[in-house]
Design a protein around this ligand. Sequence first.
Ligand SMILES: [Zn+2]
Length: 124
Amino acid sequence: MSTSDPRQVPELTATADLRQASLREVNEQIGRLSSDWELIAHVMRCECGHADCIDEIEIPPPEYEVVRRFPTRFVINPEHVAWSGERIVEELPGYVVIEKVGPGAATALRTDPRRRNGGAGVAS
Ligand SMILES: [Zn+2]
C-alpha cells in the first residue's frame, strides 16, 4: 500500500474545487449504498483537487460522518494537500482532513449534498 507518487498541487482552481465537490458526492453514494455502513471501514475516493487522482482512502464510517458535519471539510491523501486554498485540520493514519478556505470554501458550501437536499430531513 505505498503511493510513492509525489503529486504536486500548487494551487487550487475553481475546477479543482468543483472536482472535490463531485468526489464528495461519490463518497456519499458509497456510504448510502452500503448496509454495513456502521461497521466496516469504507473505501472512499480521495477528495483532493488533483485532476488525475484515483487514489482511495479507507475510512471508518463514524469518522467520515464527523467530517461530513462540516460542509467545507474533505478527506484526502496526505500527499495531495494543496499549498493554498485548504488547510489540514486533522491528520489520521492513511488520510488527512482538510478544510477549504477562500473561494473554495464557498464552492464547498454551495455544493454540499447534505445541505442541498434541504435541512428538513436530517437523520438522527
Ligand atoms: Zn488525491
